[in-house]
Write a protein that binds this ligand. Structure first.
Ligand SMILES: NC(=O)c1ccc[n+]([C@@H]2O[C@H](COP(=O)([O-])OP(=O)(O)OC[C@H]3O[C@@H](n4cnc5c(N)ncnc54)[C@H](OP(=O)(O)O)[C@@H]3O)[C@@H](O)[C@H]2O)c1
Length: 260
C-alpha cells in the first residue's frame, strides 16, 4: 500500500475512471477523500466501500456546482484539504463547426473554467498554510493541436500551460503543483466523448490502465514533479511533440486522426 503525505483530499470526477481509482487508492492509504461528481448513485456506491469517503454531488459545468466545491476548499472551519485533484473532464469528437456549440461550452466550462477556479481556491487556501498539493489532470493531447477534437486538445493545452506556470509561481511556497498527462486510458471517456471510432484503432500496447495512471499522478504530485506522463510511449510522444517543428507535428496528428 502506498504512503502519501496528504491528510485530506478532494477529487473531482470520482464517479468513474481515473478519478475513481484515485479516490480508492487514497482512501485505502488512509487519506480521507471528498469525492465530487454528478452521479450520486456512483459516488454513494464508492463511499459505501470506505468509511473515509464523503460524497459531494456537483455539476462543474454550472456556476452553482463550481461554487459549492470552491466553498468547501476555502472553508477554514472544516478539515483543511491539502490535496485537490482537478480530474473531471470530457471531450467531443468531430469537426468543430459540426459539434453542438453548447456541448463545447460545457466542455470548456468543466475542463478550463471549473479547473481554473478550483485551482485558484486551492492555492489561495494552501499558500498561507505553507503546504499543499494540486494535481490537474491534463492529457498527452495537450502537447499538440488535435484535429477532430480541436476544443478538447485546446482545453488540455490550457491545463498543462496553466499548471506549469503555477508550478513555477509557487516554487518555495511549500505548495506543489503537477499536471498529469495520460495517453489512451481505459475508462468511460471514449463513450462519453464520442471517440469510440478512434479508440478502436488504438493498438492494445498503447492502452494505459486507469489504476496505473492514478498511481503515477498521486506519486508524482507527492514528489513535486511538474509533469506526470505515465508510460514510456507517451513520454516519448511528448518529447517528440516538443522537439519537432510544429508544422510537421500538425501534419502527423492530422494524418493519425484521419482528418487529412
Ligand atoms: N481516458 C483517457 O484516455 C484520458 C486520456 C487523457 C486524459 N484524460 C482525462 O482524464 C480525466 C478523467 O477522465 P476519465 O478518462 O477517467 O473519464 P471518465 O471515466 O469519463 O470520468 C470522467 C469523470 O468526470 C466527471 N465529470 C464529467 N463532467 C462533469 C461535470 N459536469 N461535473 C462534475 N463531474 C463531471 C464524471 O462524473 P459524472 O458523469 O458522474 O459527473 C466522471 O467521474 C479527464 O479530465 C480526461 O480529459 C483521459
Amino acid at each position: 500500500m502506498a504512503r502519501y503525505p496528504f491528510t485530506c483530499a478532494l477529487v473531482t470526477g470520482a464517479s468513474s475512471g481515473i478519478g475513481y481509482e484515485m479516490a480508492i487508492q487514497l482512501a485505502t492509504s488512509g487519506v480521507p477523500v471528498i469525492a465530487v461528481a454528478r452521479r450520486r448513485d456512483r459516488l454513494e456506491q464508492l463511499a459505501a466501500q470506505f468509511k473515509n469517503i464523503e460524497v459531494m454531488v456537483a455539476d462543474l459545468s454550472t456556476p452553482e456546482g463550481v461554487g459549492q466545491v470552491e466553498s468547501r476548499i476555502s472553508d477554514s472551519s472544516k478539515t483543511p484539504i491539502d490535496l485537490v485533484v482537478n480530474n473531471a473532464g470530457f471531450g467531443s469528437s468531430g469537426l468543430m463547426h459540426e459539434v453542438d456549440v453548447d456541448r463545447l461550452s460545457r466542455e470548456i466550462g468543466v475542463n478550463v473554467l471549473a479547473l481554473t477556479r478550483l485551482s485558484h481556491a486551492a492555492v489561495n487556501a494552501m499558500v498561507p498554510r505553507g503546504r499543499g498539493y494540486l494535481l490537474n489532470v491534463s492529457s498527452i493531447a495537450s502537447f499538440q493541436a488535435g484535429p477532430s477534437s480541436a476544443v478538447y486538445s485546446a482545453t488540455k493545452a490550457f491545463v498543462t500551460s496553466l499548471t506549469e506556470a503555477l508550478h513555477a509561481e509557487l516554487s518555495g511556497t511549500g505548495v506543489r503543483v503537477t499536471a498529469l498527462c495520460p495517453g489512451f486510458t481505459r475508462t468511460e471517456f471514449s463513450d462519453v466523448s464520442g471517440t469510440l471510432s478512434i479508440a478502436t484503432q488504438v493498438p492494445e500496447f498503447a492502452w494505459l490502465d486507469a489504476t496505473d495512471v492514478a498511481r503515477a499522478g498521486l506519486r508524482d504530485v507527492a514528489r513535486g514533479r511538474t509533469l506526470s506522463i505515465p508510460g514510456a510511449i507517451y513520454k516519448g510522444l511528448a518529447a517528440v511533440s516538443s522537439a519537432f517543428p510544429r508544422a510537421l507535428v500538425r501534419r502527423i496528428t492530422a494524418f493519425a486522426t484521419g482528418s487529412r
